[in-house]
Design a protein around this ligand. Structure first.
Ligand code: TMP
Length: 227
């Protein structure tokens, strides 16, 4: 039965989406969640920063740029504080009951935005990640990859006349370096990460993602659609 589909080691499965701005992560999270649910797999869709009431409150503070003046180390700590609450109140309980959790951004975003771009040491980021996420590590991570110019153009079109947030407002050089950083993360963790060409159309990207999910979780591939 589809409801028997599980990730590894007696728990659910944790899938994250990462990448720069405008890569279509939110759309692809929705597509994957719909495909999993259509097969009867209990699936929780969530995002970072946020995903729990306390973490959503911290999201507002972070994206308004209120922590930026304190520097990247302080920002990394506040993103991590939000992550701890999100894990405790939503992610871990869902995994423990065997659900799939699909999360729009997670710890790789701290490593790229605050770590690489904020010039924090790997020792700092490794230690912070260890105390923040413990054993709640993603089973599979999609890195949606596209040129910074294209991503920023898409993000600008989506935003319309609304003001850019803390990170959207950074210069194009920041977003180019961000892309390099996410690509480096994907290359360093080939067992977990799948680099996806996000310049493709929505359906093509969704197909690449679904194929990778079926490879990683074969039980999902054979779970039947309702007739
Ligand atoms: P988004 O949900 O629209 O992608 O916005 C979240 C923003 O926060 C995005 O610009 C990336 C940034 N961010 C970090 O800088 N560090 C983090 O750890 C996370 C989760 C997000």
């Amino acid at each position: 039965m589809p409801t028997e589909v599980k990730g590894g080691a007696g728990r659910g499965a944790f899938i994250t989406f990462e990448g720069g701005e405008g890569g279509g992560k939110s759309t692809q999270v929705q597509r994957l969640v719909a495909a999993l649910r259509a097969r009867g797999v209990e699936t929780v869709a969530t995002r970072e920063p946020g995903g729990s009431p306390n973490a959503e409150a911290l999201r507002d503070v972070l994206l308004a740029g209120l922590v930026a003046p304190l520097g990247p180390a302080a920002e990394a700590l506040i993103f991590s504080a939000a992550r701890i609450d999100h894990i405790d109140n939503l992610i871990r309980p869902a995994l423990q009951r065997g659900a799939f959790v699909v999360c729009d951004r997670f710890a790789d975003s701290t490593r790229a935005y605050q770590g690489a771009l904020g010039k924090l040491s790997e020792t700092f980021i490794d230690g912070l990640e260890k105390v923040t996420i413990g054993d709640v590590r993603p089973d599979l991570t999609f890195v949606l990859d596209l040129p910074a110019e294209e991503g920023m153009a898409r993000a600008g079109a989506r935003r319309g006349r609304a003001a850019a947030d803390r990170f959207e407002a950074e210069a194009i050089e920041f977003h180019r370096a961000l892309r390099d950083s996410f690509r480096a993360i994907a290359a360093a963790h080939p067992e977990r990460c799948v680099l996806v060409d996000a310049t493709q159309g929505i359906d093509e990207v969704a197909a690449d993602i679904w194929a990778a999910v079926c490879r990683r979780f074969p039980a999902v591939a054979v779970a039947s659609l309702p007739t």
